[in-house]
Design a binder for this molecule. Sequence first.
Ligand code: GTP
Length: 555
Amino acid sequence: MRFSLNPATLKFRLTVLVIGLVLLATSVLTFVALHLAERQMRDVIGSQQVALLSSAAAYIDADLEARQILLKTLREELGRTDGRPSGGLQTFLEAHAGLRDEFFNVLVLDGTGTMLANLNDRRNNDKMNFGKRAYFTDTLAAQEGVISRPFKSVLSGKPVVLITEPLYDANGKLIYMLGGAIDLQRPRFFGQLASLGSGASGYLFMVTSDGTVIHHPDKERILRRVQDEAGGVIPTTQAALDGFEGWVEGPTKSGVRALISYKRLRKTDWILGAVYPVEEAFTPLIRMRPSALLASVAVAALAGLAGWLAILRLLRPLGALRRHVARIADGSADIAVFNVPRRDEFGELSRAFFTLSQHRREAEVKLEAQARTDILTGIDNRRMFEETFAAALARAARADSVVALAYLDIDHFKAINDTYGHKAGDQVLVEFAKRLRAAVRSTDSVARLAGDEFVAIFEGVRDDAEPAILAGKILDMARIPFAAAGQQLQVTTSVGIAIGGGAASMEDYLALSDEALYAAKQAGRNRFAIRRLGSAPAQADAARARQPLAAADNT
Ligand SMILES: Nc1nc2c(ncn2[C@@H]2O[C@H](COP(=O)(O)OP(=O)(O)OP(=O)(O)O)[C@@H](O)[C@H]2O)c(=O)[nH]1
């Protein structure tokens, strides 16, 4: 397996693509999963907050009710004495020590609102009148006990709410009004609420339906109306003042994003609220985020690695194909390596290469053959002749045998062209070549060198007579008239023959046979002349000796 980091390679680009896609997919998945988990967690925490608030609201309701019952019991006890307890009102109150546990102060007002007794400071008795206080008038109007709006106590200067309980005589005349004051800052009342806040920075608060703060960790805000504070009321609290109950996500007054829940009390128009900063609520999830991202990157890296290995494996046949092409190009392999049985695209591609290469090879063979063939006559051309004759000379040299080269030229061929046309000349050339091929032995080679010039190679010549016989046969074959241009043309040829051994060169043969041909032409054409390589007199003799014979053959 080869590891390549070349960015131009398909392997590299596919690997980068796969790793990129896997990374993208896992990142998106992680983000989506975290987002969904956050949403789900927010819903769960929101619902938990509402449940918590409902419990807290029920607790406060029960607490207020318990105090109302306590006051009612006190009123009934006072009623049983017809409003004149033995020892006086102050003594009556002080006899009920348990009241101090439940109320910051308990006071008894007469029908006009004058305070007759109180638990805090008896010196104020008969000196103060609360007849104009809203809780007094509200109680008169309702003819039953009320829970007052929060207000600042003139007695203690503390923010309080007052629970009232009126005592009427048989004629329906108000005798006394009992009041139980609850110190809003007193830990005992809201202290347990403070511990109910979620997380380190979560907290509970309480406002009346007109926006007056009853309870808040920031004590400064108690008794203030949220509408009057700097920045005004926040939208979520406004919704709660308008009647909304439940939870929402939004900014607090100090700009902290939080899950804020609201729940109205049953006993009074107070609204209990809870604030749970989102950041704190999601701390486990936020802490988990880097690990989740790290895990997704690790998964992406593993998937990318797997993808990379898969790509390397899948592209292996492509590498093999590329190597096959290179080996075929440098000649170290045959095109058969392309003929693979694979059934995939690589197999198809490889086999397509094989078919193409086969076609190319066939074309090359054809071209090669054409390069050695005379187009007009179909016999060997000069190039093929040179190869064949060089091989024949080499064989003769090895076997120490004799080779004869016959050089032929059709007599007055130009006249045929001129008289009957070039096409007729071609027909004669074609027929001449055919007859020449037939006239010599099958082991002899014939070729057309150019125009009307042909050659024949005779190997293994045993004696002097043999070339002469062959030359005679050539002259004979030309004697039969040639059908061309609708005519029967009389054609003759002249032949020059060079005889020698393997030691002579091709140039020697050609030069000498040409010389012999020239001699035959000079002697009157339609004849042959023979020359022997390496023996000038003998050549001349041979030419002379053959000419009459050839001339005689031609008569
Ligand atoms: N029809 C035809 N003519 C060709 C071809 N190639 C060459 N020729 C003609 O063949 C003739 C050859 O003439 P030469 O061999 O020089 O002269 P010749 O008329 O045969 O006379 P001698 O050889 O002296 O007998 C020229 O007229 C060429 O134009 C060919 O392929 N076809």
